[in-house]
Ligand binder design. Structure first.
Ligand SMILES: Cc1ncc(COP(=O)(O)O)c(C=O)c1O
Length: 452
């Protein structure tokens, strides 16, 4: 059969409240043209993020009921630990409340003034945590990553030559670790190849540097490797996942993505001394080492979620449904980052509305138009998210349509494509925005705008 179906049935549903265009216009104005400030019940299809927005399985909910809520040494912790050990091969596993908690602990231990942290592309919270420690975050994507229409199969790759240049320029002593984000969220949800990870491991070994993964979407990345990389098609995804983690000295994971849970994170560390110091920090700010700021039920949900996410029927459906939306947008003439990413479709807002310069926030203008048109909530990844005082202009102005896991059906995606096509037909009427108020860091969450 050519049709790839959702490999699940739906047994619990959540109603969507319908709104009309006039009501949505009022809601958008009240929210200062920032969809983060819109109440979720006023959204028809919520593609703001794929983080923590997925549906859990019956087995996960069963785990929630079964959970052991003991403060120390809960059975749920040991199930979580075993699940992560089986998937990643890491013996030392810490639970955290979400990805950024793992990042905060890691960079408090390894960052600091004078240090430089390379990454293919830092996600916003990763960059913020690197910088909060006093270190500098440096993005080193391959050049193809900045070309939205280039169909390079592994656009998430880190530029190995650029890494060598950076090491020569600042010296290995100032680089506490090399980080790779799989898949690359900020750059279009694009995967990193096994060949790239192996090459980075070799560079790190030559210079005595630890290699870390930001592994939120490790299973989606492994599926792309199986589909696209020469010599990988015959391998079970679990094997590929294991090789990815075997190449690393540590990883931060937001389990809200490929952990298939609504809350949770993981910190994996190979070095026993680093693990001891991270455990001390975890106790200081998150919670005891066997719960890390979570309830036992959250640990149960993660234990099960990390097993379900490497099922190949699930990954085939997941990656195909994202590509389905991408193909529909391309068929409507809408410029997107190609090829479609794993968890999201990224519209090239600069090409969508070329009349709007970056300082008028074309991505944010498009996000607002999608909400007005069809109640879609999307996320700007461009000058609003990465710009601001003293920051270099981002390479791309993108709008991310992130697809929650196991939540929406094919007709929801048809609706999304229709809505985007209608906005595209009227693209010359899109109006730019200016910032009215914004915080100094992570401004996209709470900034308010006015239309020009
Ligand atoms: C690549 C990447 N790293 C880190 C994070 C941060 O994770 P969390 O939101 O769980 O703190 C995210 C979240 O979207 C992400 O996409």
């Amino acid at each position: 059969m050519k049709t790839i179906i959702e490999p699940f049935r739906i047994k619990s549903v959540e109603p969507i409240r319908m709104t009309d265009a006039a009501e949505r216009d009022r809601i958008l104005r009240r929210a200062g043209f920032n969809p983060f400030l819109i109440h979720a019940e006023d959204v028809l299809i919520d593609l703001l993020t794929d983080s923590g927005t997925g549906s859990m399985s019956a087995q996960q909910w069963a785990g929630v009921m079964r959970a052991d809520e003991s403060y120390a040494g809960a059975a749920s912790f040991y199930r979580f630990q075993e699940s992560l050990q089986a998937i990643t091969g890491f013996a030392q596993v810490l639970p955290t409340h979400q990805g950024r908690a793992s990042e905060r602990i890691l960079f408090e231990l390894m960052g600091g003034p004078g240090k430089v942290v390379p990454n293919n592309a830092h996600f916003d919270t990763t960059r913020a945590n690197v910088e909060h420690s006093g270190a500098e975050a440096r993005n080193l994507p391959i050049p193809e990553a900045a070309l939205p229409a280039d169909r390079h199969p592994f656009k998430g790759n880190l530029d190995v030559a650029a890494l060598e240049t950076l090491i020569a320029e600042v010296g290995a002593a100032r680089i506490p670790l090399v980080m790779v984000t799989i898949t690359n969220n900020s750059g279009g949800g694009q995967p990193v190849s096994l060949a790239n990870l192996r090459a980075l491991r070799a560079v790190c070994d030559r210079h005595g540097l630890p290699l870390f993964l930001d592994a939120c979407r490790f299973a989606e990345n492994a599926w792309f490797i199986k589909q696209r990389e020469e010599g990988q098609a015959h391998r079970p995804v679990r094997d590929i996942v294991r090789e990815i983690f075997d190449l690393a000295d540590g990883a931060t994971i937001s389990a809200k993505k490929d952990g298939l849970v609504n809350i949770g994170g993981v910190l994996l560390l190979r070095d026993p001394d680093l693990f001891r110091r991270a455990s001390e920090l975890l106790i200081l700010t998150e919670g005891y080492v066997t719960y890390g700021g979570l309830a036992g039920r959250d640990l149960e949900a993660m234990a099960q979620g990390f097993q379900e996410v490497v099922e190949e029927d699930y990954l085939a459906y997941r990656i195909r449904s994202t590509a389905y939306l991408g193909e529909k947008l391309l068929a409507a003439g809408i410029p997107i980052v190609e090829p479609p990413g794993g968890h999201a479709i990224y519209i090239d807002a600069a090409a969508f509305c070329p009349q709007l310069p970056p300082e008028q926030f074309p991505g944010q203008a498009l996000v607002c138009a999608l909400y007005r048109q069809g109640g879609l909530r999307a996320c700007e990844i461009g000058s609003v998210m990465f710009g601001g005082e003293g920051r270099p202009a981002p390479a791309m102005e993108l709008v991310r349509l992130a697809i929650p896991r196991r939540v929406y059906t094919q007709s929801h995606m048809d609706y999304v494509a229709e809505c985007a096509a209608e906005v595209f037909a009227e693209r010359r009427r899109l109006r730019g925005l200016r910032i009215v108020e914004a915080p100094a860091v992570l401004r996209h969450f709470t900034a308010r705008f006015a239309e020009l």
